[in-house]
Design a protein around this ligand. Structure first.
Ligand code: NAD
Length: 461
């Protein structure tokens, strides 16, 4: 079935969904660990049952090739669920901590508890993974969850809504379908936590709405992620890994290398390697390759093609407007104040900028908002230490791209304008948990020292 428009949950129904979840949470309390495990197992099995339908929806919405869709969307979810199931008991266990000696007799614990009812708002670029991965953490921590998928990928939205409806009691997990209006209706509801993935601009709106009710937020945002290639890098390997990171999902990845910042001495040697990698992965005509993704819609296609005049096209730039495809394009001679260097590109256009010393590279990156990701290609420990020590960024890789987000052992998130908070693995559990601190005092004796006008003696009770 081909959809031309999104489904929309009526506003009245949205309030009822949230109300039922809140009432259920209030009457049942946080779900026991066994019940959370059961929900996660059900989610895994529902994804497995619907794998082909999800892959087909991803092809229809974004022309994602099945191999790419599996590794970057479905596979990540299986890994996240498996990792959570393996460690949940340990994460959820209250932790004993020390108590200062002057509180003798007392014991201290930190008890993780769910916030209550969590809202997850997802973007369109990894529409399955980014709707469901945060939900894994929210469920694991014992919250009830409302998921709002992106309206720009309608086949995925309908498929995820159906999968959730057929799998869960809506008092535990539900989907609200729709666009900005539905999102705004949701933001007026009394959620206990909001987890948002999307653009910086909308992130500000979400935080402002959450502030009205003092709802805690995680904001997984975007921005321009630099890719520094130092003069001593293995250029062939760097090019292969940069092109992989840039062209996955046709560049529509929040942590895609946005631009290359290459040492001026190796720029001319790097470019042929970049071209060789593009042609090796996608052939001579990527704009017509079924391995290469399409731009999500006409608005973004037009936005991206406008950047093509912001520099000299060194390679590529073949367009297939009917299929909304832009062939991988390398741009040279770009000024830092051109729109392509001011906006997050979010497409297969790669500006190549240069620097003359690692200090200059650090200064150039630090002169702009803190990036979500940073990549550095070098064989030099000194360059690595300078970059990692002096640039603040969400996360990243040395001598690779993207992979830091594929491991549940690394918290994933931004800093500054690229986001607030993090998730994946234990960090997801922590994000959706409030850590309740409890000091339990003994009643076997009482130390009068702290009381006004009492003598310093231990009173045995
Ligand atoms: P977006 O901000 O336009 O939309 C995200 C979600 O917010 C959608 O569900 C949309 O319906 C909703 N929304 C849009 N406008 C709204 C408004 N005014 N009020 C309330 N809700 C609103 O983002 P997008 O275009 O879907 O995604 C692309 C952006 O997301 C890029 O900037 C990218 O870097 C970022 N992103 C970040 C991550 C991350 O993990 N940090 C991952 C993927 C994408």
């Amino acid at each position: 079935m081909i959809l031309n428009s999104m489904n929309e949950t009526p506003a009245g129904e949205i309030s009822a969904i949230v109300k039922r979840q809140k009432e259920w949470f209030a009457s049942e309390g946080p779900l026991a660990l066994e019940a959370r495990v059961e929900l996660l197992r059900k989610l895994k099995s529902a994804i497995k049952t619907n794998e082909q339908v999800l892959l087909e929806a991803l092809r229809l919405d974004l022309n994602k090739h099945v191999d790419e869709a599996f590794t970057t969307e479905i596979g990540i979810l299986y890994q996240e669920i498996n990792h959570t199931l393996k460690h949940l008991k340990k994460w959820a266990k209250p932790k004993r901590v020390k108590t200062p000696f002057i509180f003798i007799g007392a014991k201290s614990r930190i008890i993780p508890e769910p916030y209550g009812t969590a809202l997850i708002i997802a973007p369109w670029n990894y529409p399955v993974q980014l709707a469901l991965a945060p939900a894994i953490g929210a469920i694991a921590a014992g919250n009830t969850v409302v998921i709002k998928p992106s309206e720009l990928t309608p086949h995925v939205a309908v498929t995820v809504a159906k999968l959730i409806r057929e799998t869960f009691d809506p008092r535990a997990v539900a989907v609200v379908e729709g666009g900005i209006e539905s999102s705004q209706t949701l933001l007026s509801e009394p959620f206990d936590y909001i987890f948002f993935t999307g653009s910086v601009a909308v992130g500000r709106t979400i935080m402002a709405a959450a502030a009205k009710q003092l709802i805690p937020v995680t904001l997984e945002l975007g921005g321009k992620s630099p890719c520094i290639v130092h003069e001593d890098a293995n250029l062939k390997l760097a090019a292969r890994r940069i092109i992989y990171g840039k062209l996955t999902n046709a560049g529509q990845t929040c942590v895609a290398p946005d631009y290359i910042l290459v040492h001026e001495r190796v720029k001319d040697a790097l470019i042929p390697e970049l071209i060789a990698a593009i042609e090796q992965y996608y052939g001579q005509d990527p704009a017509n390759s079924d391995r290469f993704g399409k731009i999500v819609n006409e608005r973004h296609f037009k936005r991206l093609t406008a950047y093509l005049t912001n520099g000299r096209i060194r390679y590529g730039c073949k367009l297939n407007e009917a299929a909304l495809k832009i062939g991988p394009t390398l741009l040279e001679d770009v000024a830092w104040d051109e729109p392509v260097m001011e906006d997050e590109i979010f497409g297969p256009i790669l500006p190549i900028m240069t620097y003359s010393s690692i200090e200059e590279a650090v200064k150039l990156v630090n002169g702009r908002p803190k990036p979500l990701a940073l990549y550095l290609f070098t064989e030099s420990r000194e360059a690595e230490e300078k970059v990692l020590g002096r640039i603040s960024f969400g996360g990243g890789c040395v001598n690779d791209t993207l992979l830091h987000l594929g491991t549940p052992y690394l918290p994933f998130g931004g800093v500054g304008e690229s986001g607030i908070g993090s998730y994946h693995g234990e960090s997801s559990f922590q994000t959706f948990s409030h850590y309740k601190s409890v000091l339990k005092q003994t009643t076997r004796f009482d130390l009068p020292l702290r009381y006004p006008a009492e003598k310093s003696r231990i009173e045995m009770l």
